[in-house]
Design a binder for this molecule. Structure first.
Ligand SMILES: Nc1ncnc2c1ncn2[C@@H]1O[C@H](COP(=O)(O)OP(=O)(O)OP(=O)(O)O)[C@@H](O)[C@H]1O
Ligand SMILES: [Mg+2]
Length: 137
């Protein structure tokens, strides 16, 4: 099943073409990465994918739903490259805040926080403020 489908998508900002038309799909279970120099349009592409920006041409669908679609926002996890975390809060406090936004609470929330801390190998640093972490993540 195509989870993400971007078809004939392009993006212009006034007269400047940032992305020439492209098409790709990402299937269920696939991990898809974008590589490119600064300014090549990676963030622009992701913003169109999640419905934060409107393509100049083409169509985007996530899980078969044409984007943008407000109902899809709570199903998509997007972490911007900056301002993504609260530096004065610890890793755990950040997770608690963001999982709360997704409506998680109680045992399920605690378990999920432990899981993701383990996943990124930060369990032992959970109580550290984000400002103390390396920038290389
Ligand atoms: N809102 C905007 N208005 C005008 N031009 C924009 C806008 N947003 C992005 N651009 C331009 O589009 C191009 C692609 O920017 P984008 O941020 O998508 O690149 P990027 O690949 O994410 O770069 P980086 O690796 O530095 O994060 C750049 O030339 C940028 O100046
Ligand atoms: Mg970017």
């Amino acid at each position: 099943m195509d989870v993400i489908e971007m078809r004939d998508v392009s993006k212009r900002f006034s007269s400047k073409t940032v992305l020439e038309p492209f098409t790709f799909t990402v299937n269920k279970g696939e991990i898809f990465g974008l590589l490119g120099p600064s300014g090549s349009g990676k963030t622009t592409l992701i913003k169109m994918m999640i419905g934060m920006l409107k393509p100049s041409t083409g169509t985007v669908a996530v899980c078969g739903t044409p984007m943008p679609n407000l109902n899809m926002f709570h199903r998509i996890g997007y972490m911007g490259q900056s301002d993504a975390l609260y530096e004065d809060l610890t890793a755990k406090e950040n997770l608690s805040f963001f999982s709360g936004l997704f409506g998680m609470k109680g045992k399920r929330k605690r378990e999920r926080m432990d899981q993701v801390l383990h996943l990124v190998d930060l369990t032992e640093h959970a109580e550290k403020k984000v400002s103390a972490f390396s920038r290389c993540f």
